[in-house]
Design a protein around this ligand. Structure first.
Ligand SMILES: Nc1ncnc2c1ncn2[C@@H]1O[C@H](COP(=O)(O)OP(=O)(O)O)[C@@H](O)[C@H]1O
Ligand SMILES: [Mg+2]
Length: 339
């Protein structure tokens, strides 16, 4: 890739994740001699993020979204598979941290805005820290100017500079988190459920702010949420996960209009439609049972124990996400396209 291909607006792949697996050893019993068993939190996930796009990552709590996000930046132990940044391998299997390539280019925003800010630091110090940590040798006045510009960009102002995180509301803390993530001009920001801990009325403000920033700065976002409603407005493509695996990955319009995987259809049917007449007439697909345990996933398709369309063959093999027909969507389901 060269400067011309970027300038010509070709879709460049920034991040590419191939067959990524993350496992945790968890104690089998209460005693040290009970031994350990492997929990497969991320089980062979492949996807990519292109320059300037937002990928929405959705799935029920516990399906491995945070672990996947952490593995990308080198904070979770990768068992196998690869993470590439602009084509270069960043996290090697068996190692925890070799994120030199990513350190400046990828930033993260967390779910709990207050807990992710150091309570002893002022807002100015918090936002300035990544600039100083990356050792860019900026003059003090330069840092101050950039911090203020960034705070204003996220809807705060000079009066907030000397305050501490506990003086702010959840939404304001998240704005500080966003300013801190963006100050070092990253190319990709991983947002791990950035609005899940906020009041519903505040959620849309933060999602809109992130969407505006994404457009203005041509940022790429990996936006994690546990329901499809939250990522609809902001995503270009959507990745649906279940029990550590990819169920469906495709263009936002295709996934919302014609969801192919039974799990995506169930998740979507749980999203209310604003029109009450339409809403009343809709058929809600209810999922049977509980999400299975990642310690003991079902054989074959992980979703089959809750799937309304499951047949015996679903237990035989783990379905891989593949494209069907003309659509670019990849779906991991043997029933899709067989009638
Ligand atoms: N450090 C860890 N040690 C053991 N198990 C973990 C650890 N982190 C996450 N898990 C397990 O991995 C699975 C996925 O967790 P997580 O990535 O937090 O899911 P999500 O973010 O989708 O809610 C869960 O079963 C969780 O209990
Ligand atoms: Mg999580």
């Amino acid at each position: 890739m060269n400067a011309t291909s970027i300038a010509s607006g070709e879709a460049t792949t920034l991040l590419s994740v191939e067959q990524l697996k993350v496992q945790f050893g968890v104690p089998r019993g209460a005693y040290p001699w009970s031994g350990k068993t492997m929990l497969r939190a991320v089980d062979g996930v492949s996807f990519n993020v292109r320059r300037g796009e937002t990928v929405g990552l959705v799935g029920e709590s516990g399906c491995g979204k945070s672990t996947l996000a952490r593995a990308i930046i080198g904070l979770a132990p990768v068992a196998s598979g690869s993470v590439r940044w602009l084509g270069n391998e960043t996290v090697l299997p068996g190692t925890r941290r070799d994120t030199t390539l990513l350190r400046r280019d990828v930033q993260m925003i967390f779910q709990d805005p207050l807990a992710s800010l150091d309570p002893r630091m002022t807002i100015e110090q918090i936002v300035a820290e990544p600039l100083i940590a990356h050792g860019r040798n900026l003059a003090r006045a330069d840092v101050q100017r950039r911090v203020l510009t960034m705070l204003e960009r996220v809807g705060l102002n000079a009066q907030h500079l000397r305050r501490y995180p506990h003086e702010f509301s959840g939404g304001q803390c998240q704005r500080v988190g966003i300013a801190r993530a963006l100050i070092s001009e990253p190319q990709l920001v991983i947002c791990d459920e950035p609005v899940s801990a906020l009041d519903v009325s505040i959620q849309a403000q933060i999602v809109n702010l992130l969407r505006d920033l994404q457009r203005e700065l041509s940022l790429s976002l990996l936006f994690v949420a546990h329901d499809l409603a939250v990522v609809k407005a902001i995503s270009h493509r959507v990745l649906v996960m279940y029990l550590g695996r990819v169920m469906e990955f495709g263009d936002k319009r295709d996934v919302y209009r014609t969801p192919l995987h039974p799990y995506t259809r169930a998740l979507l049917s749980a999203v209310p439609v604003p029109d009450p007449t339409v809403e009343r007439a809709r058929r809600h697909l209810l999922l049977r049972g509980e999400i299975a345990s990642p310690l003991n996933p079902p054989s074959g398709c992980a979703f089959r124990t809750r799937c309304p369309d499951a047949i015996d063959a679903c237990a035989a093999q783990i379905p891989q996400p593949v494209a069907h027909g003309a659509s670019a969507t990849r779906v991991a389901c043997i029933r899709v396209g067989d009638g």
